[in-house]
Ligand binder design. Structure first.
Ligand code: F8G
Length: 254
């Protein structure tokens, strides 16, 4: 099957990030993370617990913007109980992410006088200390992948360790999925490491789009893995069930 788009590859890569989670709360933030998490629920991980991102537990994995059968009530105040309990995998956005896997969604520039005020840290510090956390970057560029973030919101493993056992015990920066590639933070000294290049993307392209040097996971023969292509069943689920309006193509145009 070769008629997939880059957005479809990203959806499958995000689904793979949730595939081994079992029965925990998936908290995907934004469009492609939501498609990917719901795709995991419909394929690799039917036990995954999904919500509408606001206040409702969903019985299955409906199209973006739909709720389908509602199973329960999960307002933000109750989300904090699950954050603290730990059975949650959140995939957040990242305005900046650095070599050590720290993330910023708060502000750009000097914190005392930012050049851009963004969202604020929101749930990022608590998420990264308590829950498995991944990031989604729809436009991979050197201004997103920076040597050091301007404000640390999501805490990477090195920084969590420095803060002590309470911060590091459950810190688990699992995957960074971008429109070009998939990474973890298990490179030398707990730094960002390339796991796979999306089909058609070269290592040189990713190096040029990344503002820091990163480790590369290679096979015994020195090859860099290619992110898998979505199966025909997944393409059907993405196109006909989860995102029939093709909203994902606005986020990741081919
Ligand atoms: C840049 C860059 C860059 C953008 N470098 N410049 C410029 C340089 C750009 C524009 C300007 C603005 C558990 C939990 C929660 C909850 C629970 C608890 C969370 C209760 C829910 C509610 C809560 C956090 C979830 C996310 C964020 C997803 C994004 C967005 C964005 C930015 C917000 C980060 N690299 N980039 N610029 N949230 N959203 O040229 O310049 O800056 O740019 O987990 O919340 O509280 O807790 O979007 O900014 O995961 O990722 O993308 O604000 O729209 O317009 O891009 O045009 O002004 O000149 P934005 P953007 P200019 S968990």
């Amino acid at each position: 099957m070769t008629d997939h788009t880059r957005a479809d590859v990203c959806a499958a890569a995000i689904a793979d990030a949730f595939a081994d989670d079992g029965e925990i709360f998936a908290s995907p933030m934004g469009l492609l993370p939501t498609i990917g998490a719901r795709l995991a629920k419909l394929t690799s991980n039917p036990d995954l617990v999904v919500s509408d991102g606001e206040s409702l537990w969903l019985a299955s994995a409906p199209a973006i913007g739909r709720t389908g059968v509602v199973e329960g009530w999960i307002p933000f105040r109750k989300v904090f109980d699950i954050v603290n309990y730990g059975k949650r995998h959140v995939m957040m956005g990242a305005t900046q992410v650095d070599r050590d896997g720290n993330q910023n969604i708060s502000a750009l520039g000097d914190f005392a006088q930012p050049t851009r005020q963004l969202l604020g840290s929101r749930g990022a510090p608590g998420n990264t200390v308590n829950n498995r956390t991944s990031y989604w970057v729809p436009r991979h560029s050197p201004r997103v992948f920076v040597e050091a973030v301007d404000v640390v919101c999501g805490v990477g493993p090195k920084r969590a360790r420095t803060a002590g056992v309470a911060a590091s015990k459950y810190n688990d920066i699992y995957r960074i999925v971008s429109n070009l590639a998939v990474f973890d933070v298990r490179g030398e000294g707990d730094t960002v490491r390339l796991l796979s290049l999306h089909p058609g993307v070269t290592l040189e392209e990713v190096v040029a789009a990344t503002g820091f040097a990163f480790d590369v996971l290679r096979s015994a023969s020195g090859e860099v893995a290619t992110t898998r292509e979505p199966t025909s069943e997944e393409l059907h689920l993405i196109r006909d069930v989860l995102d029939p309006k093709g909203l994902r193509l606005r986020e990741v145009p081919e």
